[in-house]
Design a protein around this ligand. Structure first.
Ligand SMILES: NC(=O)c1ccc[n+]([C@@H]2O[C@H](COP(=O)([O-])OP(=O)(O)OC[C@H]3O[C@@H](n4cnc5c(N)ncnc54)[C@H](O)[C@@H]3O)[C@@H](O)[C@H]2O)c1
Ligand SMILES: O=C(O)C[C@H](O)C(=O)O
Ligand SMILES: [Mg+2]
Length: 571
């Protein structure tokens, strides 16, 4: 056991002593240690006879649990097993995931969590987190009171409408907040007793789900418009009243709601939208590492996006901010960004639906003669031929759109094309890394949203970085808690991106993980991000000033590790 483990704090420090006894303890995943309860605890807590006599250590238990995990054949079965373990004994679950992060992260998170959301009703076993359904809106306060943890510091909330690239999964979307919060704990050291996954069940427009006799959600089409925003406001105001300091992360909301909700609430509490802002930070961080590896300047590159949605527009704005930070004027920076959506290049001669897309529209006079035919629609291929980008980012949720022709055209225009097909889960990716390597003859620098093994091409190994917001949000959460920041500023997100790129630089060359540091280092990376975020919060005036040393100590103190601690009984 490492020293880091021995000195770390656990949620049991906070929970123990307990007034519970007997089965009530074994039924509580935050308290249950199973066969690891000592003889003294078994006597004191009323557990005698409820457990087999041999007393085990956490390491012994982890060995058995890993054997059991390895016996399952499908990834979904492994997911169900790990989720059951989490609901039975959280410390054992976190120890397992911590010790086998590279193997288990894709099982509890992207991509397998996508299938788990689609089949959530079939595989449902036991309650976790809170479901707040529209018909129960008058009970919101009571529902929040019913949360198991009483000192909630981080909430991830979804309404299930845009689950990865899999669309509307209704109440099944709950898999996403559960998975994200597991990463907050294992990668960012956030005590699981202080986290809370929430699903706002506002109905679903997914016919398959509604017709499914096993569907666990409210069987009703989605509410929308004013009703929707009133319901969301009831929720957010109740959260502010109950936990005014909480970090509220919005996750996997549909395009029409994501930005308006962020704009409405970002000045009311400590909140951010992970798909817009977390994704932007991880992508800018990875891009900074990529341009360095390609030995080019970001400000001299054109950047083309496929998908002008929440993620695409969020990333684009942060690239513009990075270019401005590096010396361009904002107007010049905007000229480098080309957003291609369903109807081709977004330009001001067409009707762009949303203000956040309009802000990124190219001037039609500049691109008028780019169209291959007489229509005003300018395809991705035409944009690449004309704009000669070095960077291509896919956030369309549509598989296969980075075709051989597209990748070859990218390779024709630049020595080291930077190609990021970021759509999740794996089946939604714009192009498989192996194809991108082949079509670019090994020249492309690649990062994907879902995990991929290294590609072997002509005898050389090409590691594929996983540019997923999971590299960012655990560190942001840790930085906010440690610095007690009251808001999430744009500066804090940029600080997170820069800290990630610096961590990447320190690792590049030695790692198997390409442009980003290896997952095994994620906790160190999260601490670096947390420090940068906390310092930026202080400079932005949303956290009290301290010295770097004090902030660093606070981060280390806050950082939770999965260890057992003695539990005492209290009447
Ligand atoms: N890697 C990551 O960390 C990360 C983070 C966020 C989102 N994503 C992925 O990115 C994808 C999009 O997420 P989002 O939140 O932006 O969704 P969104 O619904 O807000 O945006 C998707 C956009 O793609 C456009 N689109 C659809 N079909 C298209 C086509 N054929 N050609 C061009 N554009 C098309 C849509 O019109 C929409 O504007 C999802 O698959 C999601 O899983 C990845
Ligand atoms: O959940 C992920 O894997 C990343 C991102 O938040 C997404 O919605 O795809
Ligand atoms: Mg998401």
């Amino acid at each position: 056991m490492t020293e880091e483990f021995n000195t770390a704090k656990t949620q049991l420090d906070i929970l123990a002593p307990t007034s519970l006894s007997g089965n009530a303890i074994l039924e509580n995943p935050l308290l249950n240690k199973g066969t690891a309860f000592s003889e003294e605890e078994r006597i004191e807590l009323g557990l005698l006879g409820l457990l087999p006599p041999h007393i085990e250590s956490l390491d012994d238990q982890a060995l058995r649990a890993y054997e059991a995990f390895s016996m399952f054949e499908t990834e979904l079965e492994k997911h169900i097993y790990l989720r059951a373990l989490q609901d039975n004994n959280e410390i054992l679950f976190y120890r397992m995931v911590h010790d086998h992060l590279t193997e288990m992260m894709p099982i509890i998170y992207t991509p397998v969590v996508g299938e788990a959301c689609q089949k959530f009703s079939e595989i449902y076993r036991r309650s976790r987190g809170l479901f707040i359904s529209y018909p129960e809106r008058q009970y919101i306060e009571t529902i929040l009171d019913n949360a198991i943890g009483k000192n909630i510091r981080v909430i991830v909330v979804t309404d299930g409408e845009r689950i990865l690239g899999l669309g509307d999964q209704g109440a099944g979307g709950m898999g996403i907040p559960i998975g994200k919060l597991s990463l907050y704990s294992v990668c960012g050291g956030i005590d699981p007793a202080t986290t809370l996954p929430i699903t706002l069940d506002v109905g679903t427009n997914n016919e398959e789900r509604i017709k499914d006799p096993l569907y666990i959600g409210w069987r009703h089409s989605r509410i929308n418009g004013e009703q929707y925003y009133e319901f969301l406001d009831l929720f957010v105001q109740a959260v502010i009243r109950k936990w005014p300091q909480v970090v509220l992360q919005f996750e996997d909301f549909a395009l029409i709601h994501a930005t308006p909700l962020l704009e409405k609430y970002r000045d009311q509490l400590c909140t951010f939208n992970d798909d817009i802002q977390g994704t932007a930070a991880v992508t800018v961080g990875t891009l900074l590492a990529a341009v360095k590896a390609a030995n080019v300047s970001l400000c001299e590159q054109n950047v083309v996006f496929l998908g002008a949605g929440s993620a695409g527009c969020g990333i684009a704005e942060q690239i513009i901010a990075a270019m401005v930070m590096l010396g361009l004027t904002e107007a010049d920076a905007r000229r480098h960004i080309f957003m291609v959506d369903r109807h081709g290049l977004v330009h001001d001669g067409m009707e762009a639906k949303f203000p956040f897309q309009q802000r990124l529209a190219q001037s039609y006079t500049r691109v008028a003669n780019w169209s291959a035919d007489s229509s005003q629609s300018i395809s991705l291929l035409e944009v690449i031929k004309q704009a000669r980008p070095a960077i291509l980012i896919g956030v369309s949720g549509q598989p296969g759109l980075f075709t051989e022709e597209i990748i070859r055209e990218m390779t024709r225009g630049t020595a080291t094309p930077i190609i990021f097909p970021l759509s999740n889960p794996t089946a939604r990716i714009e192009a498989e890394p192996a194809d991108v390597i082949k079509w670019s003859d090994g020249k492309a620098l690649i990062a994907t949203g879902s995990p991929f093994s290294p590609v072997n091409y002509k005898g050389q190994n090409y590691p594929i970085a996983q540019c997923n917001n999971s590299y960012i949000f655990p560190g942001i959460g840790l930085g906010i808690l440690a610095s007690e920041a009251s808001r999430v500023t744009d500066g804090m997100l940029m600080a997170a991106a820069i800290a990630l790129s610096e961590s990447a630089e320190n690792d590049t060359g030695s790692s198997e993980s390409g442009l980003l540091p290896p997952l095994e280092d994620i906790r160190k990376v999260s601490k670096n991000i947390a420090l940068a975020v906390g310092l930026q919060a202080q400079s932005d005036g949303v956290a009290s000033k301290t010295s770097i040393e004090i902030l660093q100590d606070k981060i280390n103190e806050t950082f939770w590790e999965p260890n057992y601690h003695p539990i005492k009984h209290q009447l």
